[in-house]
Ligand binder design. Structure first.
Ligand SMILES: *[C@@H]1O[C@H](CO)[C@@H](O)[C@H](O)[C@H]1NC(C)=O
Ligand SMILES: *[C@@H]1O[C@H](CO)[C@@H](O)[C@H](O)[C@H]1NC(C)=O
Ligand SMILES: *[C@@H]1O[C@H](CO)[C@@H](O)[C@H](O)[C@H]1NC(C)=O
Ligand SMILES: *[C@@H]1O[C@H](CO)[C@@H](O)[C@H](O)[C@H]1NC(C)=O
Ligand SMILES: *[C@@H]1O[C@H](CO)[C@@H](O)[C@H](O)[C@H]1NC(C)=O
Length: 385
């Protein structure tokens, strides 16, 4: 299927996701710019004594930058992670992770040499026990503080260049909401200046590799949390769907009969709180999202601006997208023509085949079928786009 096709496409890209190992957030780590925590198996940094990896200087890409971000040295996300760390674990063989304690995706076993294929299923093909297990895992993730990762609640400058660390605990689910926020947030230029026309994970070639890694990391964290090494994220095949058919209490929550913007009280997502939704508020304070709960999930499927996002993508939209042979083209941004990546991001409102202005909400980010996107973007796309 489509996801499988996407899945194979971008195996070799290296992208970074902005998440901070708890073990690397002391002022000592930040001042020395070193993140090489011990592997618990032998106590040595990066599991060096067991030949899992070693602590090395990071190597940054020398590829030229695009004109879309005409600054340098103003944003912590530039040349990631060099503002915070210039030495990290480089893992050998099939080892992976901030301390080389994990296996690369697709590998298992004590030496990470056992190959195993996991399959992501259509959410409607899950058995009732499988579906209930999935919802229980989400609940557990939402209620469990991440043991391995924390979020920064200030910029490197606000941490006085690392001498006064600012980090918060976060639950395993919200960690990924926060990561998605952090990579796509506006740039704080100092003073009251904000640069809004920046996004390190969308509208550029990095869209697919970034989200691919994101989903794999998300699955890995759920696998660790639940000790279910075979967990995969189900996907929603929205091709030709007339409306949000996962927006029912059996799946992602139906509509509240008393308030169409809220979830049905019978859905356990109705008790969930969102984070990182007040982007203008953070900008006005020149602050970062700090993970505080900001109210219930707001969703109103079908009640969106139909001029901007007329419908969910059709099979024909998807076939058209898959027929494109160039991954990227021209300006490599949201104006790129006949770019597979851009068409995918703009489905279904891309002017190429709709004759409509492009939508700022990327309905097609759903294609990645991340649960984040399912809850936050998809349903917010349907609600607010
Ligand atoms: C890494 O950062 C530290 C602390 O700022 C500095 O002393 C060191 O020279 C840097 N190393 C490299 C390879 O840039
Ligand atoms: C942080 O580093 C920058 C650049 O090296 C320097 O201009 C600034 O004074 C430093 N700020 C603090 C609080 O140390
Ligand atoms: C995961 O799947 C493998 C077979 O692919 C099986 O041997 C193993 O027991 C499964 N693990 C769990 C926790 O179910
Ligand atoms: C955390 O963020 C919330 C919402 O943006 C804000 O009201 C609160 O003051 C922040 N807390 C801290 C300690 O900055
Ligand atoms: C895409 O095609 C349109 C119409 O031919 C053209 O106006 C536009 O400049 C092209 N965009 C890029 C980035 O090449």
């Amino acid at each position: 299927m489509l996801l499988t096709a996407l899945y194979c496409l971008l195996w070799t890209f290296q992208t970074s996701a902005g998440h901070f190992p708890r073990a690397c957030t002391s002022s000592k780590n930040l001042m020395e710019k070193e993140c090489c925590p011990p592997w618990e198996g032998d106590g040595s940094p990066c599991g060096q004594l067991s030949s899992r990896g070693s602590c090395q200087d990071i190597i940054l890409s020398k590829a030229p930058l695009g004109p879309q971000f005409p600054f340098s040295g103003v944003d912590d996300r530039e040349s990631w992670p060099s503002v915070f760390y210039n030495r990290t674990c480089q893992c050998f063989g099939n080892f992976m992770g901030f301390n080389c304690g994990n296996c690369k995706f697709g590998f298992w076993g004590p030496t990470c040499t056992e190959r195993r294929l996991l399959v992501r299923k259509n959410i409607f093909d899950l058995s009732v026990p499988e579906k209930n297990k999935f919802l229980a895992y989400l609940t557990l993730a939402k209620h469990t503080t991440s043991p391995d990762y924390v979020i920064p609640t200030g910029t490197y400058g606000q941490m006085n260049n690392g001498s006064t660390p600012l980090f918060n605990d976060i639950n395993v689910y919200d960690l990924f909401v926060w990561m998605h926020y952090y990579v796509s947030r506006d740039a704080l230029l100092g003073g009251s200046e904000i640069w809004r026309d920046i996004d390190f994970a969308h509208e550029a070639p990095g869209f697919l590799p970034w989200h691919r890694l994101f989903l794999l990391l998300w699955e890995k964290e759920i696998q660790k949390l639940t000790r279910d090494e075979n967990f995969t994220i189900p996907y929603w095949d929205w091709r030709d769907a007339e409306n949000c058919d996962v927006c029912t209490d059996e799946y992602m929550g139906g509509r509240n009969p008393a308030n169409p913007n809220l979830l049905s009280p019978a859905s356990f997502f109705s008790s969930w709180q969102v984070i990182c939704s007040q982007l203008e508020e953070y900008n006005s304070r020149h602050a970062l999202c700090n993970g505080t709960s900001e109210g219930p999930i707001l969703r109103n499927p079908g009640n969106h601006d139909k001029a901007r996002t007329p419908r969910l993508p059709s099979s024909a939209d998807v076939e058209f997208c898959l027929s494109l042979t160039q991954y990227e083209s021209g300006s490599m941004d949201k104006a790129a023509n006949f770019s597979f990546r851009n068409t995918l991001e703009e489905i279904p409102s891309h002017s190429l085949f709709q004759g409509l202005p492009t939508s700022p909400e990327k309905l097609s980010t759903l294609l990645a079928s991340s649960l984040q996107h399912l809850f936050i973007l998809l349903c917010s796309a349907l609600t607010q786009s």
